[in-house]
Ligand binder design. Structure first.
Ligand SMILES: O=C(CO)COP(=O)(O)O
Length: 153
């Protein structure tokens, strides 16, 4: 698949997600990096978003709760080029009823070359990057070229 470059604005769209036993960890992380998150557009799955908004006092656009389709909504945002960063504190010690949705989200984030941090230390590296506060370029699949390469009878 061919790639092309895509401009990413200095104001990022960031999705924040945590499984139940990881929610406190995400709140602590978000609180610690509140100043870095401020000014970006924040999204979250339903429960995570409600907790975050209350605890870090920043506006968060809340999607549907994960088990009811929130992970898929974030995946759709990625395919529509509406997301720049995914911070997803997933729980590797508990099975989730919507495991296929989680796998699909991580796959689509990989397809579209979206930075995704699935634990606290990676999230710390990412949020500390100088790219967080300036515009930059990202390689993405060249969908137009992809379509041209498809045989159509
Ligand atoms: O399950 C989730 C992600 O897979 C998170 O959903 P909630 O934020 O609604 O708990």
């Amino acid at each position: 698949m061919e790639n092309k470059t895509q401009r990413v604005s200095e104001i990022k769209s960031i999705a924040l997600v945590a499984h139940d036993k990881k929610k406190e960890e995400l709140v602590d992380w978000a609180y610690r990096f509140r100043e870095s998150l401020k000014g970006h557009q924040l999204y979250a799955t339903g429960t995570t978003g409600a907790i975050l908004e209350k605890r870090i006092q920043l506006p968060v656009r809340k999607l549907v709760s994960g088990p009811l389709g929130g992970d898929q909504q974030i995946g759709a945002m990625i395919t529509e080029n509406k997301l720049d960063l995914l911070v997803f504190f997933l729980d590797p010690m508990q099975s989730q009823p919507h495991d296929p949705d989680i796998k699909a989200l991580l796959r689509i984030a990989a397809v579209w070359n979206i930075p995704f941090a699935c634990n606290q230390s990676t999230a710390e590296f990412v949020i500390s990057s100088p790219l967080m506060s300036r515009d930059h370029e990202r390689l993405v699949p060249d969908y137009e070229q992809y379509l041209l390469s498809r045989p159509i009878e």
